[in-house]
Design a protein around this ligand. Structure first.
Ligand code: G6P
Length: 365
């Protein structure tokens, strides 16, 4: 298949902008009404006792997000690790473990080695891949395609949202199989998920606000990302994206960890990007933001209208997203994280699609 930039300046811009259609297609491939279609033989989550999720880079943050979903919705204990640590740690794989490997390319050397380590130890080996003919897909008992289409930009964007989509569908399947989600709850969540491409479009329509914030952020040398709960992995992904393509030093912390160290860094030179829909944890996040602002820190709040209204005055930059079901927020909030990094990189004039020192697929150790 030939891929081109379709009028965009960079593949990354196109791959970000394509996400509404890509997600809609990916959903169509997995949903038939309220049935979640998994290849046969699928996986019987009522017999699985725990999950081990392993990946590298952006795919690792998709796994970290999935941990929150599987544990909360399906009451399934989850361990998550980066493949380069997992493979040499000789972790015990207890009976009843399903091992899940997430990889866009399906060729990442560390992830493949981690899969091989689990081969005769785990009950089932599952993979979530973009390239269906890849080594990781071939060596799995069950390979689930993310249907993102070819991704050219080195910094992963649409593959990330599509990885999240498949992991969420798996978590819903597990929640139902384990008796923790009723048919009605499932129906309602799937309806929200089907509406998500529309919210993606509404978010992309706000690109100008995000670009304006990104230009300001591009002036910083260091940036801090904060998030709580499902937004914590997203904060990590936002920081990774910014580092990868704009070369701005960025770190992410769970909001509650602010007081245990990173608060010492706060001054007017270090923008703090807070990713926080107005969910049950929002009040806690507001108090974290106040701690930052009280020290002269500049807060860029990414939230919904209700969240921005509650946060009140003193916010340096506000980015308003549509309100979304709490459980789906990671998919929606991925877009501003990607766009902030993209526009910051463009403002700095870096090579967005081919950032220095990075490769799309790392097939050596
Ligand atoms: C490289 C890429 C990242 C990617 C990571 C894992 O570092 O630059 O964008 O997230 O590898 O790749 P995989 O193909 O296994 O998802």
């Amino acid at each position: 298949t030939r891929v081109d930039k379709g009028g965009y300046k960079h593949f990354m811009a196109k791959e970000i902008a394509d996400q509404p259609g890509v997600l809609a297609d990916a959903l169509a491939a997995y949903l038939d009404g309220d049935a979640i279609l998994l290849p046969d033989p699928g996986i019987d989550f009522s017999r699985i006792e725990r999950l081990t999720l392993v990946a590298c880079g952006t795919a690792f943050y998709a796994c970290l997000t999935a941990k929150y979903w599987f544990e909360k919705m399906a009451r399934l204990p989850v361990e998550v690790d980066v493949a380069s640590e997992f493979r040499y740690r000789e972790p015990p794989i207890l009976p009843g473990t399903a091992a899940v490997f997430v990889s866009q390319s399906g060729e990442t050397a560390d992830t493949l080695a981690a899969l091989r380590y689990c081969r005769d130890k785990a009950d089932t080996i599952l993979s979530v891949v973009n390239v269906e003919t890849s080594s990781i897909a071939r060596e799995s008992d069950l390979a689930l395609p993310i249907h993102a289409g070819i991704e050219v930009g080195v910094a992963s964007t649409k593959a990330f949202t599509c990885q999240l989509n498949v992991l969420l569908l798996l978590a819903i399947t597990a929640a139902c199989a384990r008796g923790h989600m009723s048919q009605a709850e499932k129906s309602q969540l799937l309806a929200e998920l089907r509406a998500l491409p529309g919210l993606f479009n509404a978010t992309l329509d706000r690109s100008a606000d995000i670009e304006a914030a990104a230009r300001k952020i591009a002036e910083a040398r260091d940036v801090l990302f904060l998030g709580r709960g499902l937004m914590y992995p997203l904060a990590l992904e936002g920081a990774l994206k910014l580092k990868e393509i704009s070369y701005i030093h960025a770190e992410a912390y769970a909001s509650g960890e602010l007081k245990h160290g990173p608060i010492a860094l706060i001054d007017k030179m270090v923008p703090v990007i807070v990713m926080a829909p107005r969910d049950a944890l929002f009040d806690k996040t507001v108090s974290n933001m106040q701690e930052v602002m009280a020290r002269g820190g500049k807060v860029c709040l990414i939230s919904d209208a209700a969240g921005l209204a509650q946060a009140g005055d003193g916010i340096w930059q506000g980015i308003t997203l549509p309100a979304v079901d709490d459980r789906l927020a990671p998919l929606l909030y991925a877009l501003p994280a990607q766009l902030l990094a993209y526009h910051a990189a463009v403002a700095k004039g870096t090579d967005v699609d081919q950032p220095r020192n990075l490769a799309k697929s790392v097939t050596v150790e």
